[in-house]
Design a protein around this ligand. Structure first.
Ligand code: Z5A
Ligand code: MG
Length: 213
């Protein structure tokens, strides 16, 4: 737990398009929070290590094809399968930092143009609502300096533009912050740390709400 107070931990999510620095910043954030005496854990979605995650990995590497509906539901299931563990940590006073969450799930699937936005949100309704979502906003100019796209399925500029517009459409000001990700790693980290410490402190005595409920 987090000591004598007995409050819950905070659920903090980093979202954003390709190469925005989510994984880099998640790692730095977990280290910094631990150093500040806030116990916390890192989870990444997709979690490619589970049985479902292995199927997702094959889909992303284009070695397996699935219908748009089927892969969407697998991404969501991949979140629900670890939720009991995450909820237990939160209730035990430990914070959880997530590298992508349901917002990626909706943005990437809806960007295909074949699935309705409300249908995309459905399977993730009721997941724990984050206390803080930091959307790492990377300009096209800065993105082009971070190396070429890899060979995974969604790594194409035009598609990433659609993804970004859906992220911005589904943002909820109750917990959503847009972070300028064009800056140095240190500058971005410093802002994320301040926002996260504040979230940890203010979430302690709040109930865990349900996402999109
Ligand atoms: N997806 C989905 O469709 N549905 C879902 O429900 C979910 C995901 C959860 C794989 O995700 C794909 O799954 C993804 C969305 C889809 N497809 N796309 N695009 P992933 O999270 O496994 O993707 P990834 O390839 O690991 O991560 P990423 O998003 O592409 O990158 P990132 O984590 O944001 O960035 P990074 O790895 O921290 O940094 C990228 C590079 O930039 C690296 O060389 C860093 O050293 C460098 N970097 C980082 N920060 C900086 C700064 N500030 N300055 C300069 N350089 C920097
Ligand atoms: Mg990443």
């Amino acid at each position: 737990g987090n000591g004598s107070l007995g409050g819950r931990g905070a659920l903090i999510v980093l979202e954003g398009c390709d190469k925005a620095g989510k994984s880099t910043q998640c790692r730095l954030l977990v280290e910094a929070l631990k150093k500040a005496g806030k116990p916390c854990h890192l989870y990444a979605f997709p979690d490619r290590t589970t049985e479902i995650g292995k199927v997702i990995d094959e889909y992303l590497r284009c070695t397996k094809n699935l219908s748009d509906e089927a892969i969407h539901l697998l991404f969501s299931t991949n979140r629900w399968e670890v939720m009991p563990k995450i909820r237990e940590l939160l209730l035990n006073g430990e914070s959880v930092v997530l590298d992508r969450y349901a917002f990626s799930g909706v943005a990437f699937s809806a960007a295909k143009g074949t699935l309705d936005l409300a249908w995309c949100m459905g399977p993730d309704v009721g997941l724990p609502q984050p206390d803080l979502v930091c959307f790492l906003n990377l300009s096209k100019e800065a993105a082009s300096k971070r190396g070429d796209f890899g060979r995974e399925r969604y790594e194409k500029t035009e598609f990433q533009d659609k993804v970004k517009s859906i992220f911005l459409k589904i943002q909820d000001p109750a917990y959503w912050k847009i972070i300028d990700a064009d800056r140095t790693k240190e500058e971005v980290q410093s802002e994320l740390f301040q926002l996260s410490i504040a979230a940890v402190d203010t979430s302690e005595n709040k109930p865990i709400l349900k996402l999109w409920d």
